[in-house]
Design a protein around this ligand. Structure first.
Ligand code: SF4
Ligand code: SF4
Length: 227
Protein backbone atom coordinates (compact mmCIF):
# COMPACT_ATOMS: atom_id res chain seq x y z
CA UNK A 1 0.00 0.00 0.00
CA UNK A 2 1.82 3.15 -1.12
CA UNK A 3 1.73 5.87 1.52
CA UNK A 4 1.87 9.62 1.18
CA UNK A 5 5.41 11.00 1.25
CA UNK A 6 5.51 13.05 4.41
CA UNK A 7 7.60 13.42 7.53
CA UNK A 8 7.48 11.63 9.88
CA UNK A 9 5.72 8.72 8.18
CA UNK A 10 7.95 5.91 9.43
CA UNK A 11 7.22 5.90 13.15
CA UNK A 12 5.19 2.91 14.39
CA UNK A 13 2.30 5.07 15.51
CA UNK A 14 2.06 6.88 12.18
CA UNK A 15 2.41 3.73 10.11
CA UNK A 16 -0.27 1.85 12.01
CA UNK A 17 -2.64 4.79 11.63
CA UNK A 18 -1.82 5.43 7.97
CA UNK A 19 -2.22 1.78 6.94
CA UNK A 20 -5.08 0.57 9.15
CA UNK A 21 -6.75 3.75 10.42
CA UNK A 22 -6.27 2.41 14.00
CA UNK A 23 -5.00 4.86 16.59
CA UNK A 24 -2.39 3.73 19.11
CA UNK A 25 -2.80 4.93 22.69
CA UNK A 26 0.30 6.01 24.64
CA UNK A 27 0.95 2.61 26.14
CA UNK A 28 -0.13 0.54 23.11
CA UNK A 29 2.31 -1.48 21.11
CA UNK A 30 1.62 -2.24 17.41
CA UNK A 31 0.88 -5.88 18.41
CA UNK A 32 -2.00 -4.64 20.57
CA UNK A 33 -3.64 -3.41 17.38
CA UNK A 34 -2.86 -6.52 15.39
CA UNK A 35 0.20 -5.14 13.61
CA UNK A 36 3.83 -6.18 13.34
CA UNK A 37 6.21 -3.60 11.92
CA UNK A 38 9.56 -4.52 10.44
CA UNK A 39 11.71 -2.19 8.44
CA UNK A 40 13.34 -3.32 5.20
CA UNK A 41 16.77 -3.66 6.82
CA UNK A 42 15.39 -5.94 9.52
CA UNK A 43 13.60 -8.12 6.95
CA UNK A 44 16.78 -8.42 4.91
CA UNK A 45 18.70 -9.37 8.08
CA UNK A 46 16.09 -12.04 8.92
CA UNK A 47 16.36 -13.44 5.39
CA UNK A 48 20.16 -13.62 5.64
CA UNK A 49 20.02 -15.24 9.09
CA UNK A 50 17.31 -17.80 8.32
CA UNK A 51 17.92 -18.64 4.67
CA UNK A 52 21.66 -18.11 4.36
CA UNK A 53 22.81 -18.75 7.90
CA UNK A 54 24.61 -15.41 7.99
CA UNK A 55 24.66 -13.19 11.08
CA UNK A 56 24.12 -9.45 10.75
CA UNK A 57 27.51 -8.18 9.63
CA UNK A 58 26.85 -5.32 7.24
CA UNK A 59 24.32 -2.64 6.49
CA UNK A 60 23.43 0.04 3.96
CA UNK A 61 24.85 3.40 4.98
CA UNK A 62 24.52 6.86 3.39
CA UNK A 63 27.31 9.44 3.41
CA UNK A 64 25.98 12.81 2.35
CA UNK A 65 25.87 16.57 2.93
CA UNK A 66 27.20 19.54 0.97
CA UNK A 67 30.67 19.17 2.53
CA UNK A 68 31.16 15.65 1.10
CA UNK A 69 32.98 15.30 -2.25
CA UNK A 70 31.05 12.29 -3.63
CA UNK A 71 27.96 11.57 -1.53
CA UNK A 72 26.65 8.04 -1.91
CA UNK A 73 25.21 4.86 -0.44
CA UNK A 74 27.52 2.06 0.68
CA UNK A 75 27.19 -1.50 1.96
CA UNK A 76 29.53 -1.48 4.94
CA UNK A 77 30.64 -3.92 7.58
CA UNK A 78 29.40 -3.05 11.07
CA UNK A 79 32.35 -1.58 12.92
CA UNK A 80 33.76 0.28 9.90
CA UNK A 81 35.32 3.53 11.02
CA UNK A 82 33.34 6.60 9.97
CA UNK A 83 36.47 8.42 8.81
CA UNK A 84 37.29 5.51 6.43
CA UNK A 85 33.77 5.65 5.12
CA UNK A 86 34.08 9.38 4.51
CA UNK A 87 37.29 8.70 2.59
CA UNK A 88 35.40 6.19 0.43
CA UNK A 89 32.98 9.01 -0.39
CA UNK A 90 35.85 11.12 -1.70
CA UNK A 91 36.55 12.88 1.59
CA UNK A 92 35.56 16.44 2.38
CA UNK A 93 35.44 19.18 -0.24
CA UNK A 94 34.81 21.85 2.40
CA UNK A 95 35.25 22.17 6.15
CA UNK A 96 32.02 20.94 7.79
CA UNK A 97 30.45 23.12 10.46
CA UNK A 98 28.20 20.31 11.57
CA UNK A 99 28.51 16.54 11.37
CA UNK A 100 25.44 14.45 12.12
CA UNK A 101 25.15 10.72 12.59
CA UNK A 102 21.64 9.55 11.70
CA UNK A 103 18.98 11.42 9.75
CA UNK A 104 18.82 15.19 9.27
CA UNK A 105 15.88 15.62 11.67
CA UNK A 106 16.50 13.00 14.35
CA UNK A 107 20.24 12.44 14.06
CA UNK A 108 22.83 13.40 16.63
CA UNK A 109 25.62 15.95 16.19
CA UNK A 110 29.09 14.46 16.66
CA UNK A 111 32.51 16.03 16.91
CA UNK A 112 34.69 12.97 16.34
CA UNK A 113 34.64 10.73 13.28
CA UNK A 114 36.75 8.12 15.00
CA UNK A 115 33.81 5.89 15.80
CA UNK A 116 32.34 2.77 14.23
CA UNK A 117 29.25 2.22 12.10
CA UNK A 118 26.74 0.68 14.50
CA UNK A 119 23.32 -0.88 14.02
CA UNK A 120 21.07 2.08 14.97
CA UNK A 121 22.58 4.53 12.47
CA UNK A 122 22.06 4.69 8.71
CA UNK A 123 23.75 7.91 7.67
CA UNK A 124 26.57 10.38 8.13
CA UNK A 125 25.80 13.98 7.14
CA UNK A 126 28.49 16.66 6.84
CA UNK A 127 27.14 20.20 6.45
CA UNK A 128 28.94 23.44 5.67
CA UNK A 129 26.32 25.34 7.67
CA UNK A 130 25.18 24.66 11.21
CA UNK A 131 21.44 25.35 11.35
CA UNK A 132 21.53 25.50 15.17
CA UNK A 133 24.37 28.03 15.14
CA UNK A 134 22.51 29.99 12.44
CA UNK A 135 19.40 30.17 14.65
CA UNK A 136 21.51 31.16 17.66
CA UNK A 137 20.54 34.59 18.93
CA UNK A 138 17.31 34.54 16.92
CA UNK A 139 15.25 32.76 19.57
CA UNK A 140 12.36 34.79 20.95
CA UNK A 141 9.56 34.12 23.40
CA UNK A 142 6.80 31.80 22.26
CA UNK A 143 4.23 33.83 20.34
CA UNK A 144 1.54 31.17 20.82
CA UNK A 145 0.97 30.79 17.10
CA UNK A 146 0.10 27.10 17.53
CA UNK A 147 2.14 25.96 14.52
CA UNK A 148 4.05 23.42 16.59
CA UNK A 149 0.81 21.76 17.72
CA UNK A 150 -0.46 21.57 14.15
CA UNK A 151 2.84 20.03 13.03
CA UNK A 152 3.10 17.41 15.79
CA UNK A 153 2.35 13.97 14.29
CA UNK A 154 1.24 12.53 17.63
CA UNK A 155 -1.11 15.34 18.59
CA UNK A 156 0.98 16.85 21.39
CA UNK A 157 0.95 20.55 22.29
CA UNK A 158 4.68 21.35 22.20
CA UNK A 159 4.39 24.92 23.47
CA UNK A 160 2.75 23.67 26.67
CA UNK A 161 5.21 20.81 27.03
CA UNK A 162 8.05 23.32 26.68
CA UNK A 163 6.44 25.54 29.32
CA UNK A 164 6.47 22.72 31.87
CA UNK A 165 9.80 21.26 30.77
CA UNK A 166 11.51 24.64 31.24
CA UNK A 167 10.07 24.84 34.76
CA UNK A 168 11.09 21.24 35.47
CA UNK A 169 7.46 20.44 36.27
CA UNK A 170 7.81 16.81 35.23
CA UNK A 171 4.44 15.68 36.61
CA UNK A 172 2.56 18.06 34.34
CA UNK A 173 4.90 17.25 31.46
CA UNK A 174 3.99 13.56 31.85
CA UNK A 175 0.27 14.37 32.23
CA UNK A 176 0.37 16.14 28.87
CA UNK A 177 1.82 12.93 27.34
CA UNK A 178 5.26 14.46 26.90
CA UNK A 179 6.76 10.97 27.07
CA UNK A 180 5.03 10.16 23.77
CA UNK A 181 7.24 12.68 21.95
CA UNK A 182 8.97 10.89 19.06
CA UNK A 183 11.77 13.44 18.88
CA UNK A 184 10.90 14.00 15.22
CA UNK A 185 11.81 17.70 15.32
CA UNK A 186 8.79 18.86 13.28
CA UNK A 187 7.85 21.38 16.01
CA UNK A 188 11.37 22.82 16.16
CA UNK A 189 11.53 23.07 12.39
CA UNK A 190 8.25 24.98 12.11
CA UNK A 191 8.64 27.28 15.13
CA UNK A 192 8.94 30.93 13.98
CA UNK A 193 10.36 31.85 17.39
CA UNK A 194 13.27 29.41 16.75
CA UNK A 195 12.68 27.61 20.03
CA UNK A 196 14.70 24.40 20.46
CA UNK A 197 11.62 22.38 21.42
CA UNK A 198 12.70 18.89 20.41
CA UNK A 199 16.08 19.29 22.13
CA UNK A 200 14.28 20.34 25.31
CA UNK A 201 11.95 17.33 25.13
CA UNK A 202 14.85 14.92 24.61
CA UNK A 203 16.60 16.37 27.64
CA UNK A 204 13.42 16.23 29.71
CA UNK A 205 12.65 12.63 28.80
CA UNK A 206 16.24 11.68 29.66
CA UNK A 207 15.98 13.45 33.02
CA UNK A 208 12.65 11.76 33.82
CA UNK A 209 14.07 8.33 32.91
CA UNK A 210 17.13 9.04 35.06
CA UNK A 211 15.00 10.15 38.03
CA UNK A 212 12.84 7.04 37.71
CA UNK A 213 15.91 4.78 37.61
CA UNK A 214 17.36 6.46 40.71
CA UNK A 215 14.01 6.09 42.51
CA UNK A 216 13.72 2.42 41.50
CA UNK A 217 17.25 1.74 42.80
CA UNK A 218 16.40 3.45 46.10
CA UNK A 219 13.19 1.43 46.44
CA UNK A 220 15.06 -1.81 45.73
CA UNK A 221 17.66 -0.89 48.34
CA UNK A 222 14.95 -0.15 50.89
CA UNK A 223 13.18 -3.41 50.13
CA UNK A 224 16.42 -5.36 50.47
CA UNK A 225 17.12 -3.72 53.83
CA UNK A 226 13.71 -4.70 55.22
CA UNK A 227 13.98 -8.39 54.19
S1 SF4 B 1 5.50 27.22 17.06
FE1 SF4 B 1 6.92 28.21 18.51
S2 SF4 B 1 6.08 30.25 18.78
FE2 SF4 B 1 4.45 29.03 17.85
S3 SF4 B 1 3.28 28.24 19.63
FE3 SF4 B 1 4.82 26.72 19.14
S4 SF4 B 1 6.55 27.20 20.49
FE4 SF4 B 1 5.23 29.01 20.41
S1 SF4 C 1 9.49 16.49 18.43
FE1 SF4 C 1 7.80 17.95 18.51
S2 SF4 C 1 6.54 17.47 16.73
FE2 SF4 C 1 7.87 15.69 17.06
S3 SF4 C 1 6.65 14.33 18.37
FE3 SF4 C 1 7.88 15.60 19.74
S4 SF4 C 1 6.55 17.32 20.28
FE4 SF4 C 1 5.66 16.35 18.46
Amino acid sequence: MPLKTKYPQGSERNLVHAVTGRKMASDDRPEDLGCVINNVTTLAAVYHAVCMNEPLMEKGFTVTGDAVANPGNFMVKLGTNLSELLEAAGGLKAEPKKVIIGGPMMGMAITNLDRPVAKPYNALICLTEDPVEKADGQMTHCIRCGRCARACPVGLVPQMLAFYAERKDYDRYIKLHGLDCLGCGACTYICPAKRPLMQLFKLTKGTIAHNEAVQAAKNAEKEAATV
